[in-house]
Design a binder for this molecule. Structure first.
Ligand SMILES: [Zn+2]
Length: 135
């Protein structure tokens, strides 16, 4: 939903969806609230009110649901040296996010240990440190 800036001491911006009858308000202290089942008429009165913060307190108090910002996932890119044995399991573990904060990973099937190295560009390279050869 697009929020439009408002001249109000308490409210920074607001947006309204006619179809959803939803009013979204971003307060200057940073929090965003959704108000469900708000008529277009109520929204119009909100926009025209002298004190929008007061209008919300009087007409919409207790009806808001806080909209939590989506956490930004900043997962580094992982690379692994190609490997016939461990490759699939390692990439599966990487994709699940389990290895994001790990420095080593061991392939249970063969016992090979892999270590992660943080590269200068912020990506992570996984390389095997023990190679077990089957004769
Ligand atoms: Zn392996």
């Amino acid at each position: 939903m697009e929020l439009h800036p408002l001249t109000s001491t308490a409210i920074e911006a607001a947006g309204y969806s006619v179809d959803a009858r939803l009013l979204r308000i971003k307060f200057r202290e940073g929090k965003v609230y959704d108000y469900a089942d708000v008529s277009a008429e109520l929204y119009r009165r909100f926009l025209q009110s002298d004190s929008k913060g007061r209008f919300v307190r009087l007409n919409l108090a207790g009806r808001g649901t806080e909209v939590k910002p989506q956490p930004e996932v900043d997962r580094p890119l992982h690379f692994a040296e190609p490997d016939d044995c461990c490759g699939v399991s390692l990439f599966r573990a990487i994709a699940s996010g389990r290895l994001d904060a790990k420095e080593s990973w061991t392939h249970k099937k063969c016992g090979a240990e892999w270590r992660s190295t943080l590269r200068a560009d912020g990506t992570i390279l996984w390389t095997p440190v023990t190679i077990i050869k089957f004769l």
